[in-house]
Design a protein around this ligand. Structure first.
Ligand code: 13P
Length: 242
C-alpha cells in the first residue's frame, strides 16, 4: 500500500512575523526541488493570516495546533474549525501530549475536536503516545489503543483513515531522546492494525536530520511530526529530504 509521505512541522509557541518570513522564504525556495513528500507547517493562530498569504498556491500546506470541539458560542479564547478553514488550513493537530498534559484534554474531548475538524473539512493530525512511566510499566499499547479507540468509536474507521495519526512518545518530545526505528515500528505496526491500510501514521519526538532517514525507512512510518527541528530551515529541509 503506497501512502503519500508527509512531514509536518509543529512550531508550538514559537515564531515572530519576521522569523516566519525568513523561514518560509527558505522553504519556498527549496521545497519544489524535494520530491515524493508533502510538507506542512502547523503554526500559532495569530500567524495563520501571514502564513496563508505567503504559502497560497505553493507546495507547502499549513495548519493549526489546536481547535475547539464547539462550532461557535460563548467559549472565550477558543478557535473553531470553521475559522481555521477560512484561513485555508488543511491540517490541525488534535490531542498533542502538551494539550493533554498541560491543559487536561481528555480522550473524549480530543475525539470531539477530531470530529469538529473533519466536519469543517480539515484533516486532523491525531496525536497519541505514552509517557515514560507508562512505557516502563509495559502499558504502551494499552495507552495508544485507548487514545485511538475513543476516536474510532465516535467517528469510525473510515473517518480515521482519511485523517493522519501521529505516534509521539511523550518521553521523546523535546528531550533529544528519540525512539529507535524498531521502537517506532513496533507501535506503528500495532496502530496500523487498528486503522485502514491507507491511513498515514507519522512519528514525532526529537526527529532530527541525523535520525530521520532510519525512522522514515520503517514500513509503517509514513513521515514525521517535527517540533524543534522545524524552526530551523536547514534542519527541516534535511528531514524532508530524508
Ligand atoms: P520535538 O521534535 O521538538 O521533540 O517535538 C515533537 C513534537 O511534539 C511534535 O509535535
Amino acid at each position: 500500500m503506497a501512502r503519500a509521505r508527509l512531514v509536518a512541522g509543529n512550531w508550538k509557541m514559537h515564531g515572530s512575523r519576521e522569523s516566519n518570513r525568513a523561514l518560509l522564504d527558505r522553504l519556498l525556495q527549496e521545497i519544489p526541488g524535494i520530491k515524493g513528500v508533502e510538507c506542512a507547517v502547523c503554526v500559532p493562530f495569530p500567524y495563520l493570516g501571514q502564513i496563508a498569504e505567503r504559502l497560497a498556491g505553493s507546495a507547502v500546506a499549513w495548519g493549526a495546533q489546536n481547535v475547539s470541539e464547539h462550532a461557535q458560542g460563548a467559549y472565550t479564547g477558543e478557535v473553531s474549525a470553521a475559522m481555521l478553514a477560512e484561513f485555508g488550513c488543511r491540517y490541525v493537530i488534535v490531542g498533542h501530549s502538551e494539550r493533554r498534559q498541560l491543559y487536561g484534554e481528555s480522550d473524549a474531548q480530543v475525539a470531539a475536536k477530531f470530529a469538529a475538524a473533519q466536519r469543517a473539512g480539515l484533516v486532523p493530525i491525531l496525536c497519541v503516545g505514552e509517557t515514560l512511566a507508562e512505557r516502563d510499566a509495559g502499558r504502551t499499547e494499552q495507552v495508544v489503543d485507548r487514545q485511538l479507540q475513543q476516536v474510532l468509536n465516535l467517528e469510525g474507521k473510515d473517518s480515521v483513515s482519511k485523517a493522519v495519526v501521529a505516534y509521539e512518545p511523550v518521553w521523546a518530545i523535546g528531550t533529544g531522546r528519540t525512539a529507535t526505528p524498531q521502537q517506532a515500528q513496533e507501535v506503528h505496526g500495532f496502530l496500523r492494525e487498528k486503522v485502514l491500510p491507507e491511513t498515514r501514521i507519522l512519528y514525532g519526538g526529537s526527529v532530527k536530520p541525523q535520525n530521520a532517514a532510519a525512522i522514515f525507512a520503517m514500513p509503517d512510518v509514513d513521515g514525521g511530526l517535527v517540533g524543534g527541528a522545524s524552526l530551523a530551515a536547514k534542519e527541516f529541509l534535511e528531514i524532508l529530504k530524508a
